[in-house]
Ligand binder design. Sequence first.
Ligand code: NAD
Length: 432
Amino acid sequence: MKIIIIGAGYVGLVQGVCLAELGNQVRCVDIDKEKIEKLKKGISPIYEPGIEELLKRNLKLGRIVFDTAIKSHMAGNEMIFIAVGTPPEEDGHADLKYVLAAAEEIGKNLSHYQIIANKSTVPIKTGQLVRETIAKFYKGDFDVVSNPEFLKEGSAVDDFMHPDRVVIGYAGNKEAAEKVAALYAVLGTPALITDLETAEMIKYASNSYLAAQISFINSLANICEKAGANIEDVARGMRMDERIGKKAFLGAGIGYGGSCFPKDVKSLIQIARDYKNDFKILEESEKVNKIQRLKFIERIKNKLGNLKGKKIAVWGLAFKPRTDDIRDAPSVTIVEGLLDLGAKIFAYDPVSENNFRKIAPDVNFCSSSLDACEEADALVIITEWSEFRQADLEKVREKMRNPIIFDGRNIYSLPRMKELGFKYISIGRPEV
Ligand code: NAD
């Protein structure tokens, strides 16, 4: 199939290289010239396991090309995916300017029937808005479907190739949805076909539900700390209930971040308000999440006293492991908070240093987790990268001036930390 993808970010690029890998002819278009130049050379502008290999192979095979405009790729094209950003506006509504600009561009360049599939996360009824925008410029026949994206950064390629679900929403012409479903059929996951509004809602509902689970367990963790219970065992016990489930999102920590959960929660709160409803559970989840980061800073301050001039090692800056994405990451709030209190930050992250450097030039970046700990007054763990779980903690203790660890992700067991002689403060578990 001949496919155009508008937006070559985390979603568009993964969709592009994976569809090319499945044998389709893909044109990936982005207004960011620098990004397109890199991609043409086979360099991925983002870190995502497996992506560069697929990019290079499909470039070589001529199954994917990159450009800054759709114009010259429209002839014979069958399907256009919109995968541009939908950042939050000041009041929390999703900003649709990129989606509507893409729709306008499509309308101006359409000359035959094509299916326009929206992958960006958008408020309910945006599908209709996209249709109206295209129709202003193109009077012929076309269909708009919603195909929300469920990939997880860090395992995006694998998520594409082995999806839990494929959701496609349509208005009017079911055949359009079936044609999009056929594109994914080879992956073996049957598509859930719904109306447009339902598909758009499934995406917000899923992310908001997961975010609420995280805030639930973090609220519980804060009580466990005071009551002397252990949140890890509490979560383990909860997961044994089949109605809750083995994979329930119940990892206590410093809260959720990234480019999706925070903005999607905000957006769903606003959608509810637009329909004269409120969504108090989500409003509280958002508050709990904000406070969780601040509580962590407060705890560090309370334990260490005056932070002025203190050297703090920070492990992990990405909003989660296996990605370089730092959008709305807890690290941003925590590092800024510690810097404001006068601490000197020595940070290490396997892949997100370049992104973080742009927003926090006062941070000293280290080339290894061990280097960051040299003469440190404390170690703060923000992202649960696997390499931190396997770190040589005896060496870490020897390097540090003061062997105290604040673990925002509960990556070590309490008995182990006791044995190693660390003072160890984690989330929702007794202090060691
Ligand atoms: P991103 O910021 O990484 O990428 C968006 C890209 O679109 C950018 O490269 C930008 O230059 C480009 N762009 C903007 N306007 C354009 C236009 N008119 N023409 C061509 N290119 C244009 O964003 P992302 O993380 O890929 O997210 C895209 C959408 O997918 C968002 O709505 C997001 O909520 C949703 N989503 C993201 C994820 C994720 O994990 N990142 C997962 C599921 C859904």
